[in-house]
Design a protein around this ligand. Sequence first.
Ligand SMILES: Nc1ncnc2c1ncn2[C@@H]1O[C@H](COP(=O)(O)OP(=O)(O)OP(=O)(O)O)[C@@H](O)[C@H]1O
Ligand SMILES: [Mg+2]
Length: 406
Amino acid sequence: MIDIDKIRRSADIIGESEEIHEMMALIGQVANTDISVLITGESGAGKEVVAKAIHKNSRRKFEKMITVNCAAIPSGIIESELFGHKKGSFTGASEARAGYFEAAHKGTMFLDEIGELPLETQAKLLRVIEQGEFMKVGDTNIMKTDVRIIAATNRILSEEVKKSNFRQDLYFRLKTINIHVPPLREHINDMYLFIERFALLFTAKNDIPFKGFSSEALTVMKRYAWPGNVRELKNAVESLLVMNRGERITDEMVTNQLKLDTYQTNPNLPVFVDADADKVERELILKQLLFLRQDVNEIKQLMVGGRGVSVEAVQPSNPALFLPPATTTANIPDSLAQVEDGTLHAIQDDVIGEITMSELEQEMIERALEKFRGNRRKTARALDISERTLYRKINDYGIQKKFKDS
Ligand SMILES: Nc1ncnc2c1ncn2[C@@H]1O[C@H](COP(=O)(O)OP(=O)(O)OP(=O)(O)O)[C@@H](O)[C@H]1O
Ligand SMILES: [Mg+2]
């Protein structure tokens, strides 16, 4: 039995689409073997995320996973980096050095951008995969290593083989287990989950109030081709939140942001026509409403029953408000059904009619002021009202005597 949720948690994988489910199922099938895996997919699609998930679900999970970016190491020194070298084996080799394969013994070696590995080094890598053997540069002793190889590339390796840039034997060896990471545009309905996670993490970390994205903004984002995939989406979300601090993100902001980033270099963007698009958008908005309603209920509960909901929970930057507990994959229709059958109502029946909205509001403000030691800016922010409104209400309710402004 493959435990998809365990795989998801192991590497914080986001995505509920069939494509991502299939990918996780495949990770589950191969993770616990020692077989080499080739991960393919466009830049920014999530290849490294998959490599981590494989390692963390393998029996090597308590050992190291060493990541080597083959494109970043000059070809002249790559063999000494990978296999190590003997003292005096070349000018400058004043000391013997262990390579990554030695360091990764018993663990996993993630060779990123394997398409960039020089041909001679490819032959040596094949020997490691097939026999678990290598030689240090300048040495004739055979070293043994027990390393599981995961390789990744955004090149089409079969094309590279045709062009004699990649060894066919290594290609055949690697491609037996190929996990393909789909580009974001092929599982675009996952975009909402990505946006939600990235936005909540970023705003919480940087203490920025999060007011959400308008549905028009989401539509623009959904139509975009995302050539840089999830990485580009993450960067775009973070830039939008910084550039429009504390505001609700509109389609205009998105258009400007994406224009700056890539529209200019990518004029022929495909438009994705998707029968489910409207449905998903509607669900997202409903979900936001649901969470809003939960917040209101929590606030009411705080005042009526005082059942351990802290005032912090009403700060817009608190992720707990926007995500259902311990998951990002809320089943929206279910949650709505829950509201309908009344299980989310926080106010006990016996106080209804005994307490008024203005009493609730007054108490909420007093407690928030108490919590923030009279700091009105923080209090206003936590209650998601303007400072001006807060001042007015403090006067109206005659609260000001109790709290000196700070
Ligand atoms: N399914 C996913 N769930 C959560 N985060 C993801 C997912 N896919 C990608 N990401 C995030 O997107 C960013 C890019 O992912 P990653 O580095 O794995 O891409 P890549 O395919 O290795 O890109 P490159 O080819 O440029 O190296 C990272 O911040 C990663 O955490
Ligand atoms: Mg990568």
